[in-house]
Design a protein around this ligand. Sequence first.
Ligand SMILES: NC(=O)c1ccc[n+]([C@@H]2O[C@H](COP(=O)([O-])OP(=O)(O)OC[C@H]3O[C@@H](n4cnc5c(N)ncnc54)[C@H](O)[C@@H]3O)[C@@H](O)[C@H]2O)c1
Ligand SMILES: [Zn+2]
Length: 393
Amino acid sequence: MRLRARAAPGRHRLQQVHMVQKGLMALVSVETLGSRYDVRIEAGLIGSAGSLIRETLGDRRLFVIADETVWTHYESRLAEGLQGCDWVALPSPLDEPRKRMSTVERLCSDMHAAGADRGSAVVAVGGGVAGDVAGFVAASYMRGIDFVQVPTTLLAQVDASVGGKTGVNLSSGKNLVGAFHQPRLVLVDPDTLVSLPDREYLAGVQEVVKHGIIRSPELFAYMETRAAMVRARAGEAVEKMISESVRIKAAVVCADERESGLRRILNFGHTLGHALEAETGYSTLLHGEAVGFGMVAAARLSELRGRLGSRDRARIEAVVLSYGSFAGLESLDARNIAARTAGDKKAVGGRARFVLADSIGSVSEELDPPAEQVIAATEHALAACGAVESAAV
Ligand SMILES: NC(=O)c1ccc[n+]([C@@H]2O[C@H](COP(=O)([O-])OP(=O)(O)OC[C@H]3O[C@@H](n4cnc5c(N)ncnc54)[C@H](O)[C@@H]3O)[C@@H](O)[C@H]2O)c1
Ligand SMILES: [Zn+2]
């Protein structure tokens, strides 16, 4: 099935994406059927968060749900930015194990105790975990209040903060409870990346590479040829990665808000990436690293299925591996990882759903490719990613 064909422009007349670039600033407007919001990308933006939020929402009581680590780094800058607003800070440890209903309940109770009402708004400050948890709090509190995203990891800036997916984990699986709740505004301040650990940063880079593979040969070529700038977090490279990724994600989300078709192309590398995360108990690789592994496997599977030429497969692999870090894959069995794809949340009736590449910049979906080829592609990815680690030692 060609997912691109589903995004017939006429079907979504109310939806559009614009992008304006002014020097260091980029603005992407996201318009879905039920909402419209801006993603503003600008260095130093958190210093003027309050006035931008007021421009969009008017005078509201703001509840700042922040990742405690991020709060330690940026409390004073955010406080400066929120001067003149009525705001309450709710910093707390927000990591993957705490991405749970109990955290949502605690935050909702704290907000209620502090007098939050239907007119209040949530401001989510932190990485994807803070965004998913705070977004779900906003989606649920008094049956839904407005919220603003202030993403501070590269992964959240290029991916998680746009698109309106919010939610938490159950002990039986990730992101199993949640809601679609679009933010009213997304403020991306690339300056916040200076404090981000290198491993977290590079994990976010893998999602940028993914955006190139699914939709933009130009972005992919940039990631291929400017690796030194990307690694050094040069301003131009960071700006390029965020603005292009947000533009691509916004265009896909606009065309398919609820993942009935086109939006699934965003899952390139995720079927085997999720399988690897599950197989390793979510403790060995970061999500972006697992997606890197999944992209190497998906590219090889695309080649085995006769879709992708070997030159493009090799290019995808080389770029992913150049940003990769894949420690701890030594003792894994490809058969066990491959077997998990049928249990993936996105599988249909036990049939695994793969997004495969037809060329760099164009992908399409395949249901249930032959198991032996999935295993062979997984074995290939284990060897290729493992070789990166041995070279690094
Ligand atoms: N809603 C979506 O569409 C979507 C998409 C992709 C991923 N996600 C979710 O996002 C989560 C992963 O997000 P993540 O990778 O951002 O992880 P994260 O939120 O756990 O952040 C990673 C680490 O970086 C720290 N951190 C964050 N910003 C920092 C900064 N500026 N300086 C220093 N340290 C900083 C955090 O404290 C944390 O230790 C997963 O739960 C995933 O399910 C959601
Ligand atoms: Zn992802």
